[in-house]
Design a protein around this ligand. Sequence first.
Ligand code: ADP
Length: 527
Amino acid sequence: MICFSDNTIQSIFCCCCCCSLQKRQMKTQISLSRDEEVSEEYSPRARQWFCELQSKKKSNRGHIQPSKRKPLPPLPPSVVVEEKIKVKALYDFAPREPCNLALKRAEEYLIVEKYNPHWWKARDHLGNEGLIPSNYVTENKLTNLEIYEWYHRNITRNQAECLLRQESKEGAFIVRDSRHLGSYTISVFIKARSTEEATIKHYQIKKNESGQWYVAEKHFFPSIPELIWYHQHNAAGLMTRLRHPVGFMGNCLPATAGFSYEKWEIDPSELTFAKEIGSGQFGVVHLGQWRTHIQVAIKAISEGSMSEEDFIDEAKVMTKLSHSRLVQLYGVCIQRKPLYIVTEYMENGCLLDYLRERKGKLKKEMLLSMCQDVCEGMEYLERSCFIHRDLAARNCLVSSTSIVKISDFGMTRYVLDDEYISSSGAKFPVKWSPPEVFHFNKFSSKSDVWSFGVLMWEIFTEGKMPFENKSNSQVVEAISKGFRLYHPRLAPMSIYKIMYSCWHEKPKGRPTFAELLQVLTEIAETW
Ligand code: ADP
């Protein structure tokens, strides 16, 4: 249920040279209900199959030691798929455990059982069965767009443009999801003409009253694949026909929720260390490999910096948070000290450094795309009822394809340093915190929304420090009096309005991430 309200808010805008009092009329929407978690019925059959495999694994691979600290958690129930679903592999998957089944891209498999949302039992055409990561397959039916090479579900307008410019071929195209606007868009590369530079056209796919899809008037189709097929052969109103479908960005495989089913504990002997890549609150971070073929980041936790027992309990849950805009937690090594936290490796490092190093070089479309990436990941955390508590550019990382992902979610709960935990401590992120956090330590998805506004500000100032010349106590005083961060030069008014809406003094007055995502997508489509 969505509630709409109109508020008038008095605020003082602070910019480098002047302070001005402004009244603003804000329309806010408050979501009163959450998406209900889908509850599924499970059967014991999967447990039996898995236990058999586990015992086979133990006898085959004596070197894998079960944890000495605690017995393995009980196996969760799984869903028996009554009507077998046919899926198509989107990527190759090499088995990591005896219980896994290999996947070959574009081949068909049957889903026999859903162990949890991330790991399913599949059968190949030879009758072999095993567990596969669910994000490596998609339902194989002609109406499912994901089976087509040209379809990209999770890509911003700016990312689509970068991909097509890399290809640089007349008629190179993709179809992308404008899910939050309830439609689809064809993005197509048009080569330079004698008088015009190369350009990318975005055509929205629309639906008429009788449910037929069209791009150009007069050409209607019952499905999107049929529409695309037609325009692959006829320009019919487009600037060029759709000549070259462009597939996935790079060849990188998506991260899986843990290395395998229920595998949150990692054997340290399976890790190799390549080089040091950074250090932070908890210790030094290394680039390394798991079983010599999966690149990972390994954080070695310094003695006394973390409440380790509590974190280990939570890590089992956190490995199951899996989204393309979150840095995946693969698992932890708990057999000996130091404790290692193993995550997805992000080639372009920390977002704050990335912004500062590229000052003046990033176009505003790219900056907006970064905000969309973070907002997507945060919308997933909001839906999963998981609070980040320390969202900031320093806690986001950038992939090799310049996608921004959220890192360190929920981790402040395990910090042992008082200077970081107490809101009066020198390391407490006051400049990213709303009043209910710095006064009462009251965290919520809405306090994350406030931080997201500050993160947008960091992005559009190319990595400036918020409230640069103010101490933490001065910031508390300023915010309480109604001061807000100034309008960054690179941010159009529409963008500043969004960050400003995140800084409503009352949590209820701030938008949800789902609402923010919709507004950001709308802006991206009109630039
Ligand atoms: P902490 O949580 O201990 O404060 P951080 O997560 O901030 O540590 O990591 C410190 C630095 O290490 C980051 O700023 C970044 O440069 C690097 N780093 C951390 N995790 C990764 C990763 N997954 N991929 C690439 N670099 C990383």
